[in-house]
Ligand binder design. Structure first.
Ligand SMILES: Cc1cc2nc3c(=O)[nH]c(=O)nc-3n(C[C@H](O)[C@H](O)[C@H](O)COP(=O)(O)O)c2cc1C
Length: 199
């Protein structure tokens, strides 16, 4: 069965454009043979801390309840990534970069020998054969402009963990006079996304 991991990084729950667009894409590529796993970063993420760094490496018997909760969350986020054939990341631009929760997610899933390793020639991503869609939404910042540090960072991070097949669908500058038009164009692109059938 094909697995889709839908990650939402907006802090807004109801009126979020990135959530709406990412959800549309998940519906569009969801066939009978797909399962969508949802990771909502506005609910469940842990910001990196001294405790979180040590918790994931501690033997079970040495963990306290908080260590255990952090380690389980990090493990779950990594397992979801490993199992996914497709990733859809609904990502707003906040202060020219990713949301703090998306950065926190990256800090949780970047784990040596699980999602990346180092070779003599540099880092090697361990997550193979996956495709990611980034749904990039901004109020004014043009995606891929010199002011956009979210999209290049996220593409770089995904490549670091092995995911190099990445398609960006943007609705940027949605607070401009042509904002609705831009959202409409993003919806059209989402409607035309085709993925291989697994049957
Ligand atoms: C804390 C914060 C910072 C933001 N910073 C930017 C920014 O740097 N550039 C920009 O174009 N829009 C910025 N915005 C606007 C959001 O990108 C815009 O509201 C977008 O629609 C958010 O995605 P959402 O609709 O999925 O919540 C910011 C919004 C918030 C809440």
């Amino acid at each position: 069965m094909r697995q889709v991991l839908l990650i939402n990084a907006s802090v807004r729950s109801n009126i979020s454009i990135s959530r709406e667009l990412a959800g549309m894409l998940a519906d569009n590529i969801q066939h009978d043979k797909s399962k969508v796993i949802h990771r909502d970063l506005s609910n469940d993420v842990h910001f990196i801390s001294e405790q979180s760094l040590s918790a994931v490496g501690k033997p079970m018997a040495e963990r306290n309840a908080e260590d255990d909760a952090i380690a389980r969350l990090a493990d779950a986020c990594i397992e979801e990534l490993e199992a996914a054939d497709y990733l859809i990341i609904g990502s707003p631009i906040y202060n020219f970069g990713p949301s703090a929760s998306l950065k926190a997610w990256a800090d949780l899933v970047a784990r040596a020998k699980r999602t990346f390793t180092y070779s003599d020639s540099g880092p090697v991503g361990l997550l193979q054969n996956k495709k990611a869609f980034i749904i990039a939404v901004s109020g004014g910042t043009a995606v891929n402009s010199s002011m956009d540090f979210m999209t290049p960072w996220l593409k770089h991070f995904l490549a670091f963990i092995g995911i190099t097949d990445v398609e960006v669908i943007s609705a940027d500058g949605i607070y401009g006079t042509d904002g609705e038009e831009k959202i409409g164009l993003a919806k059209e692109k989402i409607g035309s996304v085709m993925i291989e059938s697994t049957s």
